[in-house]
Design a binder for this molecule. Structure first.
Ligand code: AMP
Length: 279
């Protein structure tokens, strides 16, 4: 497995592989890898000749009062996991390699303004910028993203189409802990008590999935989900919403293809979860 930290050396490997006619899959991550990331890497391994994982805590997607400094990092563990999954190259740059101030940004309106975008106004601009850069550096045939970050996935699909990247975007299902909590690098922030409380998110998902069969009014579904979360004293809802799965705009009725998404603070840790529903 190759480990690169510069754009130049990464491009050299990519050029060689492309000359050999190999297909390339990219899994963008911020590191501190867990089973969720591993599921993306495995799918990428199945579908491509070459697997590239990027491992980069992207500063431009963090707001001024967010957890950029505290974000967990363990590159030795990440590279061991990547190697065991058959990764060909990990791209692990320093921020200075990726950004030279002042620098260009890529952003997408409307889809970025609801859900997480309301609380994290610069987040998706940072995501679109870093993912565009990775797409230009790695020029993959396919790129893999988790449905755990459903708004991010919708935004990346739209950006890929709008900017004519010739890349297939592959969405992968949410991987959960045995008790239902969606796997996340941020779960490490939770105390024992908070870890228990965090189960209200996946319980709310299940309540929402059941409610949707009984009532197609969004408010009715959200009411059932809110009740589950509000019963948990350590939880505070940031948002919970039913949106059109393509536009990310709120809908009053569950029809066509919708995304039911939430962000909930458990103590100081903000966690997200969601489910999609197609009529
Ligand atoms: P991150 O390192 O948090 O930026 O995540 C990198 C990629 O892994 C993103 O496409 C995430 O959606 C995906 N991912 C993170 N957690 C999970 C999970 N529990 N299940 C599936 N995919 C995930």
């Amino acid at each position: 497995m190759q480990v690169t930290s510069t754009v130049k050396e990464t491009r050299n490997f990519i050029r060689k592989w492309k000359q050999e006619g190999k297909t390339i899959g990219l899994v963008p991550t911020m590191g501190f890898l867990h089973e969720g990331h591993a599921s993306l890497i495995r799918k990428c391994r199945e579908e491509n000749d070459i697997v590239v994982v990027s491992d980069f805590v992207n500063p431009t997607q963090f707001g001024p009062n967010e957890d950029l400094e505290a974000y967990p990092r363990d590159f030795a563990r990440d590279s061991a996991l990547c190697e065991s999954l058959g990764t060909d190259l990990i791209f692990h740059p320093e921020p200075e390699e990726m950004y030279h101030d002042p620098h260009a940004y890529v952003s997408i309106d409307t889809l970025s303004e609801t859900l997480c975008g309301k609380t994290r106004p610069i987040h998706f601009k940072g995501v679109c910028t870093v993912v565009s850069k990775l797409f230009h550096i790695v020029t993959p045939d396919r790129a893999y993203f988790g449905e755990k970050d459903a708004q991010q996935l919708a935004i990346i699909r739209k950006m890929t189409e709008d900017l004519n990247f010739d890349i297939q975007i592959v969405g992968c299902p949410i991987v959960r802990e045995e008790d239902g909590l969606a796997k996340s690098s941020r779960n490490t922030y939770l105390s024992k008590e908070e870890r228990k409380a965090a189960l209200c998110l996946s319980r709310a998902v299940r309540a929402g999935q059941e409610a949707i069969f009984a009532d197609c009014e969004s408010e009715a579904v959200l009411g059932k989900m809110r009740a589950v979360i509000e019963a948990e004293p350590l939880a505070r809802i940031d948002y919970i919403s039913v949106v059109d799965a393509l536009t990310m705009q709120p809908v009053e009725q569950v029809k066509d293809n919708v995304l039911v998404a939430m962000a909930v603070y458990i103590g100081k840790t903000r966690l997200i979860d969601n489910f999609s529903f197609t009529v």
